[in-house]
Design a protein around this ligand. Structure first.
Ligand code: URA
Length: 185
């Protein structure tokens, strides 16, 4: 099977999966993008717009993420974007540990299929659940981490940047490190 076929199968499995979050949302949002991408961006979970459209990062935070990707010299269509939670949590709250534990095997399968060179964790939820840590994003952003042999760059979530524009500078510093690594390898 090709990577695209495997990812389609994982997306179908996600859509067919039933869990406590699935009951309260419009549809699952499996993830989207280029199966051969060197880079995977991981967010927290679908918000209102993503829940309606079935695509990750299509609301205001998503528009800012698209700008960040383009500032790195990439096109959004050439990267892969996914979330920890595949279904929208009520009131946009962060996924609870048992909810994240239900969803995260799907994300692991997506990462194993794509085999990117770099994962960017957007915000503390993505960082803490992927790396199974309770370290703070403010302390860890900008510092290379590793997940199953893949380099991980934790940085702030674009929704946080919308509320705190001063944090755009450090995110840009983090993304330059990612861009430089991708150019070298
Ligand atoms: N925020 C996220 O973490 N993920 C999305 O898909 C949209 C907003």
């Amino acid at each position: 099977m090709t990577k695209q076929e495997l990812l389609t199968q994982i997306s179908n499995d996600i859509r067919e999966h039933t869990c406590s979050l699935r009951a309260g949302c419009t549809q699952a949002v499996p993830g989207d993008g280029n199966p051969d991408s060197d880079i995977v961006f991981i967010g927290e979970g679908p918000g209102r717009d993503e829940d309606i459209q079935g695509e990750p990062f299509v609301g205001r935070a998503g528009q800012l993420l698209t700008k960040i990707i383009e500032a790195m010299g990439l096109k959004r269509s050439t990267v892969y974007i996914a979330n920890i939670a595949k279904c929208r949590p009520p009131e946009n709250r962060a996924p609870l540990p048992d909810e994240a534990a239900t969803c995260i095997p799907f994300l692991h399968q997506q990462i194993e299929t794509i085999k990117p060179k770099v994962i960017v964790c957007l915000g503390s939820v993505a960082f803490q659940y992927l790396l199974e840590t309770d370290q703070k994003i403010s302390a860890m952003r900008g510092q290379w981490q590793e997940f199953r042999g893949i380099k991980v760059m934790p940085t702030y979530h674009p929704a946080f940047l919308l509320r705190n524009p001063d944090a755009k500078r450090p995110v840009w510093e983090d993304m330059k490190k990612v861009r430089d690594l991708l150019q070298k390898t």
